[in-house]
Ligand binder design. Structure first.
Ligand code: NAD
Length: 247
């Protein structure tokens, strides 16, 4: 563990442009379950069932069932960032990292004070009207206080869709995310099993160009073999604190 921490710190200290990629695992210490980890939503509810619900076809056909799942499992209004989120914000402020590309939809990087964050799967506390040409945006309070399980637009009456990327939809900020990752000379991946594309593909492409891929994750990821350092821990906040202190 200590040797890995030292190696990660020295790679980050000598980086020209260090970039961080985060997945659901960085938010488990804040109390939000991930998908594929040992206490993840897939284990609790069944992978096929979850995959069936969080896709755009299901949302269109069964918005009521979609919202029942979304309201119970994918809304995080009162969650505070973990130590890991705060450490990354601190590392950005010190110039150690240049930015974060995240798959997370919980908004915790921004809440912790990170400035350069590219959220490729959108954000769970923003809702957009699906009415053609309307595009009116609503916040979480509007949806929470809406009398129906499926919230609708106060102007045109069409249903709202959470501003998150569902299976079957294109990710947000593809070009910005790809540029940020591929222009880095050190890439630090935290809390992702690296199974969800296209982000996993971007990390894979990075690893074919430069050797400086670092992974901090509890358990196996799809790109462990390509990492120059793999730190296997669930105490990501403590690990980042130790790394930051060494730089
Ligand atoms: P994933 O669930 O596939 O993988 C998470 C990984 O993090 C697992 O390997 C797990 O063992 C590891 N992990 C769990 N706790 C950890 C900790 N404290 N420290 C280090 N590692 C830890 O996550 P993914 O690759 O991000 O893919 C999941 C998809 O689901 C993403 O698209 C994401 O948008 C969405 N999602 C987001 C949230 C969120 O916003 N917090 C939560 C659940 C799912």
């Amino acid at each position: 563990m200590n040797e890995n921490i030292n190696n990660i710190a020295s790679l980050l200290a000598s980086a020209r442009k260090a970039v961080v990629v985060t997945g659901a695992g960085i938010s488990t210490e804040a109390g939000i379950p991930d998908f594929r980890g040992e206490n993840g939503i897939y284990r609790k509810l069944g992978e096929n069932r979850v995959l069936n619900i969080i896709n755009i076809d299901f949302f269109r056909k069964h918005p009521d069932q979609f919202y029942a799942f979304f309201r119970e499992n994918l809304t995080f209004p009162n969650v505070e960032p973990s130590k890991a989120h705060y450490m990354l914000a601190e590392m950005e402020k010190r110039g150690v990292i240049k930015g974060i590309v995240t798959q997370n939809i919980d908004g915790l990087h921004n809440k912790a004070g990170s400035k350069k964050v590219i959220p490729i799967h959108g954000t769970a506390d923003r809702f957009v009207c699906t009415g053609s040409g309307c595009n009116k945006v609503y916040d979480y309070d509007y949806v929470l206080n809406h009398p129906d399980i499926v919230p609708s637009c106060s102007e045109c009456g069409n249903i709202l869709k959470p501003d998150v990327v569902l299976f079957g939809e294109n990710i947000h900020n593809y070009i910005d995310a790809s540029e940020m990752i591929l222009s880095a000379d050190v890439l630090l991946v935290i809390g992702s099993s690296l199974t969800v594309y296209p982000l996993a593909g971007m990390v894979k492409e990075f690893s074919t160009i430069t050797q400086n891929l670092i992974i901090i994750n509890k358990g196996y990821t799809q790109l462990d073999h390509a990492a120059v350092v793999k730190l296997d821990t669930g105490k990501t906040g403590d690990a980042l604190e130790a790394i930051n202190a060494l730089i």
